[in-house]
Ligand binder design. Structure first.
Ligand SMILES: Nc1nc2c(c(=O)[nH]1)N[C@H]1C(S)=C(S)[C@@H](COP(=O)(O)OP(=O)(O)OC[C@H]3O[C@@H](n4cnc5c(=O)[nH]c(N)nc54)[C@H](O)[C@@H]3O)O[C@H]1N2
Ligand SMILES: Nc1nc2c(c(=O)[nH]1)N[C@H]1C(S)=C(S)[C@@H](COP(=O)(O)OP(=O)(O)OC[C@H]3O[C@@H](n4cnc5c(=O)[nH]c(N)nc54)[C@H](O)[C@@H]3O)O[C@H]1N2
Ligand code: SF4
Ligand SMILES: [Mo]
Length: 780
């Protein structure tokens, strides 16, 4: 790689910060924020240095390895592909297609190559036993978008740069840098918001880094957001504050929502939520009476027992107060590659509940079952039991509830393969690990997060380093395996056309596909004066063809669509290569009802399945609030899920994997600063240092996720030296949001007790910060 500064997008989290990477003699000498990036304007967080650490990490795998009785042994790619395809095929032949399980982890969505190759790979696997990080994450948002707007990834994004009131519930963008709201430099944007006289309100069981910057902060008892939001809806109707604004003509079933909210008065929910009724009313009034306002919810409200209803209600509140599709409210993006429209064109708007998982009968979403039932499907004998497993860029042992049980499940498989460049808590169970190139060794275009950003931008970066011949990108690994599996399924040979197709795909890779999507998208090819002639033809097509005809989709998406006429044109990979800092495509703009994908072209405010789930919400209201401690998660700006703890620069300093506990609860449990505590449930126990703080609500304790690197046989020595303990060893996989199937990662009851060195000696327990119960199975 040439000496000099290279610009690209950091792919580690959702914020898409532009980075300027200085390279000298093939080595990175500095990583800074790119001042000219149109979205991040020079902002980066401390994790940006991990781009270098990951790239240079001597423990990052670079060649395939297989497990042998003498430990891990390197192998050649061809041999590895043969072995994996052979084993997967024979399991499939013997036990049927659903005997293979597949889990896709979070980094896949930061990797356009993987995204392009995943569909053919999963098709070749042919299994219905698919899982991903989605069901531990944003699933309720996807369901709400599907049910209300007709497309699973058409998310309303807070227009934070123009809002005057930002209500943030169950999210901590100061640590996470935003989620389903790509918002680099949240702090700077918040400062600007306050500078123009705006305010931020935060509702969270912990006074988080974001909460500390709020103009108004409220504690809420975990898992009760749906009650709070219902009471806000109630207040809007009661006080005549409903005003849908320009969404009124294309929104239906407002009255059903009014009825649904009738009994949820602020007084009725106050005890459960822990929020005074007057504060709830006031919150609803502020939202209604501030013209430019956005209500935003995220992980804390989605991954809990009522995540489905709570997320729906957050959308409802924005709509009832006229914030949807309005400047400074919540808006839809117009990305250069519009996966929403492309998906709709091929009929992939999303689906839910088309089939149910074998053991627990949990609903699929988009063809995936909830990750919380992975262990059930592996451990429960019978027709359709999972016997072989594929993980791609995931670490479910640390990221899914009851990780201990999953750990045990993986250890008993007939065969497992992981596409991952680390030997970690999950991949240590694999028979073969296929390591892809690292982020800086491949080209980058942020297909997914460009769609969720607070401003429309586009950026393409070529690979910064040449990985060398003896390496493979994720997409190459996935396509190669898919091709081989397909061949085996067809008895060793494919028809000539299919064979040519696979070869061509493997030859060209994802970038020409990106290019095509860019050129045919809303900012694509400029046909200049011909536009005057083409437009009437397009309009005619749109008028006479049925609403769901594929050509409608094409017309809607294309640069010719009337909606997009005033957008800049001419985007392609080549054009973007000329603009290494990226290109600004402007602020979010109103685009409704044109961008709706529902059958009747309306926003469905009261989808039936949410109304049906209200009975459950009513029973929460009539139950006595539980007295036990409720466990919630947290994130830290120097950590990213489970896989950045092998960077010394990121893990150094004060211990971060601690149990946060309120002084009142600490006193009740006999805990003092400097002590360790044992946190337990039927799933397992962990021991970790306590951090006594008023920042956490009484009755609530918090543990970050992604830690617990003590398990033997992993290959990340820095992470092992900073092991921490895994919250997911305590969280049960038996609790899901019954509406959606999302894992309940926040609000489960736990026990906390003091853990002292003398106990430790007497009971021969492992040292602090270690998980006690490796298998963690609750033996149900
Ligand atoms: N209790 C609790 N649990 C949680 C959460 C929580 O808040 N609380 N958060 C949940 C959320 S939101 C998420 S998204 C999940 C994440 O959960 P997962 O996606 O299961 O796990 P990660 O920790 O992101 O692990 C990513 C893996 O991908 C590998 N990897 C990194 N880059 C690449 C790449 O380019 N290619 C390939 N092939 N591999 C790569 C890493 O080595 C690592 O093994 O965790 C969830 N789990
Ligand atoms: N530094 C860093 N950044 C990240 C990640 C990371 O691991 N580290 N992960 C990335 C990923 S994969 C994701 S999905 C995003 C997530 O982005 P966020 O959703 O912003 O992440 P969290 O920090 O988990 O915020 C959840 C908040 O919900 C609160 N909470 C818990 N339970 C409840 C509840 O019942 N009600 C309410 N109202 N609040 C509750 C928690 O205290 C916490 O403040 O972050 C991304 N960015
Ligand atoms: S916030 Fe940090 S990790 Fe996320 S994209 Fe920006 S620099 Fe990368
Ligand atoms: Mo996530």
């Amino acid at each position: 790689m040439e000496n000099g500064t290279h610009y690209r997008t950091c792919h580690l989290c959702e914020a898409m910060c532009g980075v300027a990477i200085e390279v000298r003699d093939g080595h990175i000498t500095s990583i800074k924020g790119d001042e000219d990036d149109p979205l991040s304007h020079g902002h980066i967080c401390p994790k940006a240095v991990a781009l270098q650490d990951l790239h240079e990490d001597p423990e990052r795998l670079r060649k395939p390895v297989r497990r042998t009785s003498d430990g891990w042994q390197e192998m050649e790619w061809n041999e590895a592909f043969d072995l994996v395809a052979d084993r997967l095929h024979s399991v499939r032949k013997e036990h049927g297609r659903n005997s293979i399980g597949a889990y896709l982890g979070n980094p896949n969505v930061h990797n356009h190559g993987s995204l392009v190759a995943t569909t053919p790979f999963l098709r070749a696997l042919g299994t219905q036993n698919r899982f991903s990080a989605t069901s531990n994450d944003q699933l309720p948002h996807m369901l709400a978008s599907l049910e209300m707007f007709g497309h699973q990834i058409l998310f309303p994004i807070p227009d934070i740069d123009r809002t005057d009131l930002f209500i943030c519930i169950g999210a901590n963008p100061m640590a996470s840098n935003g989620s389903l709201m790509t918002v680099p430099d949240f702090r700077g944007r918040l400062k600007a918001l306050k500078g123009r006289g705006g305010r931020m309100v935060v509702v969270d069981p912990r006074r988080t880094e974001t909460g500390k910057l709020a103009d108004e902060f409220h504690f809420i008892r975990p898992g009760t957001d749906a009650l709070l939001l219902m009471a806000m809806v109630h207040t809007l109707f009661e006080e005549n504050l409903v005003n849908l604004g320009h969404a009124e003509p294309f929104t239906k079933d407002v009255d059903l929502v009014r009825l649904a909210a009738m009994s949820f008065t602020p007084e009725a929910v106050s005890e459960h939520t822990g929020m005074p009724a007057a504060d709830i009313r006031n919150l609803a009034r502020q939202l209604a009476t501030t013209q430019r306002a956005a209500l935003y919810t995220r992980m804390g409200t989605s991954t809990q027992a009522f995540g489905g209803v709570a997320t729906w209600l957050a959308y409802v509140l924005n709509i009832l107060t006229g914030k949807l599709d309005s400047t400074g409210g919540v808006m839809f993006t117009q990305p250069a590659i519009d996966l929403v429209a492309l998906g709709a064109m091929s009929g992939q708007n999303g689906h839910f509940g088309k089939r149910f998982s074998r053991v627990k009968k949990l609903p699929e979403f988009g063809g995936e079952y909830p990750s919380s039932t992975m262990a059930d499907e592996i451990l429960t004998p019978g027709e359709g039991q999972i016997r072989a497993f594929v993980t791609v860029a995931g670490n479910p042992v640390l990221s899914s509830p009851n990780g201990g049980r999953l750990d045990e499940a993986f250890s008993g498989l007939d065969f497992m393969v992981s596409v991952d460049y680390y030997l970690n808590e999950t991949t240590r169970h694999a028979d073969v690990i296929l390591p892809p190139t690292a982020g800086l060794e491949r080209s980058h275009y942020d297909l997914i997060f460009s769609m969720f950003a607070v401003r429309n931008t586009a950026k393409y970066s070529p690979a910064l380093f040449d990985a060398g011949k003896d390496t493979r990108h994720d997409w190459q690994i996935l396509l190669e395996l898919a091709h081989r599996l397909e061949k085996k399924r067809k008895g060793g040979r494919l028809p000539l056309r299919a064979e040519m197709g696979w070869r061509a795909f493997k030859q060209i890779g994802p970038d020409p596909i990106l290019d095509l999507m860019l050129r045919s998208g809303p900012y694509g090819t400029d046909i200049g004066p011909a536009r005057g002639l083409a437009q009437p033809a397009i309009d005619l097509v749109m008028d006479i063809l049925p609403k769901r005809h594929p050509l409608q989709g094409l017309a809607k998406l294309s640069p010719l669509n009337r909606h997009w006429q005033d957008l800049p044109k001419g985007l392609s990979i080549n054009a973007l290569k000329e603009l290494p800092n990226g290109v600004d495509l402007g602020p979010l703009r109103p685009c409704m009802p044109g961008r709706l994908f529902t059958r009747d072209g309306k926003v469905n405010l009261a989808p039936r399945r949410y109304l049906q789930d209200l009975e459950r919400l009513h029973s929460l209201l009539s139950a006595t609030p539980v007295d036990s401690l409720l466990l919630i998660g947290r994130r830290h700006v120097r950590s990213n899920n489970s896989w950045m703890h092998n960077s010394q620069r990121l893990v150094k300093g004060k211990e971060r994997c601690t149990l946060m506990i309120n002084p009142k609860d600490a006193a009740r449990c006999g805990l003092q600063t400097g002590d360790s505590a044992e946190v337990g449930s039927a799933s397992g126990q962990i021991v970790l240092p306590v951090e006594i703080t008023e920042d956490i609500m009484a009755g609530v304790v918090s543990v970050p996720h992604g830690w617990g690197h003590h398990r033997s046989g992993t290959g990340q020595s820095v992470a092992v030296a900073h092991a921490g303990a895994s919250i997911n060893d305590v969280l049960s996989d038996q609790e899901t949001d019954l509406l959606v199937g999302t894992s309940v990662l926040n609000g489960q009851s736990v026990t906390v007790k003091a853990w002292r060195a003398d106990h430790q000696r007497k009971r021969a327990r492992p040292p602090q910060g270690r998980t006690l119960c490796l298998s963690g199975s609750n033996g149900h």
